[in-house]
Design a protein around this ligand. Structure first.
Ligand code: G3P
Length: 195
C-alpha cells in the first residue's frame, strides 16, 4: 500500500510552490519577475537574499522530509527511487500550478541528501564551488546535476544511479534556457533584476 500512497503524498508535498507563496507575501508574482522561475534563485533575485534563502530551505525540506521518512518504510531501491522522484516531479510539474513549476535543484538536493547523504553532500560542494567560480547559480546547478549520478556510482550506490540519471536529465531539460544564455554569455546573475 505504501508503495502507491507514499510517492503520491510526496508528489503533492513537492508540488507546494513555496517560492511563489513566499514572494507573494511581498506582493511579487515571481512568475512575471526576473527569470520567471519559481525557485529560490529567482526569489533571491527579485525579493532579496533572506527570502531567497527561506525559499531554498522550504524547497530543500520538501525533498528531504518525504525521502527520509521513506527510508524508514522500506529499503527497496525501487520504492526509494519512486519516493525520491516524486517530490522532484511535484516541484517541476506542480498540480497546484497547472502542472508547471520550477527547476527542482533545491528539492533534488534535499531528496538526495535524505537518500544518500555523503555522496550528495560532495555534489552540493561542487555546486557551491561552481556558483562562486562562475557567478551563476545555474552553472552550479548544472555541475551538481552532472556530478549526481557519478557520485552514486563512485560511492557504491549503484541501485540509485538510474534515478539520479533521470533527475539529471530532468534538471538539464529544465535548464535548457539557462544553458542557451550561458552559451551566449547572457545568463542572469542572481543579484540583478532582469526583465
Ligand atoms: O535553481 C535554479 C537555478 O539553477 C537557475 O535559476 O532563476 O537563474 O533560472 P534562474
Amino acid at each position: 500500500m505504501h508503495w502507491i500512497f507514499w510517492p503520491i503524498a510526496s508528489y503533492l508535498l513537492g508540488g507546494v510552490p513555496f517560492g511563489l507563496l513566499l514572494a507573494k507575501l511581498k506582493g511579487v508574482d515571481i512568475r512575471t519577475q526576473g527569470s520567471g522561475n519559481t525557485g529560490a534563485t529567482n526569489v533571491a533575485r527579485t525579493c532579496g537574499l533572506p527570502l531567497g534563502l527561506t525559499a531554498l530551505a522550504f524547497d530543500l525540506l520538501k525533498g528531504l522530509v518525504p525521502v527520509y521518512i521513506a527510508t524508514g518504510m522500506s529499503d527497496h531501491w525501487l520504492f526509494l527511487s519512486l519516493s525520491t522522484l516524486a517530490p522532484i516531479l511535484g516541484h517541476v510539474y506542480s498540480p497546484f500550478l497547472g502542472f508547471r513549476g520550477g527547476k527542482a535543484v533545491a528539492t533534488t538536493i534535499g531528496a538526495f541528501l535524505g537518500l544518500a547523504f555523503l555522496p550528495t553532500l560532495v555534489c552540493v560542494v561542487i555546486c557551491i564551488v561552481g556558483i562562486f567560480a562562475s557567478g551563476y547559480v545555474s552553472m552550479g546547478s548544472l555541475l551538481f546535476g552532472a556530478a549526481l549520478p557519478v557520485a552514486m556510482l563512485v560511492s557504491g550506490r549503484m541501485e540509485l544511479a538510474p534515478v539520479a540519471l533521470v533527475v539529471t536529465l530532468l534538471l538539464y531539460w529544465r535548464h535548457r534556457e539557462n544553458i542557451a544564455r550561458l552559451a551566449r554569455g547572457q545568463e542572469n546573475p542572481w543579484r540583478r533584476k532582469v526583465t
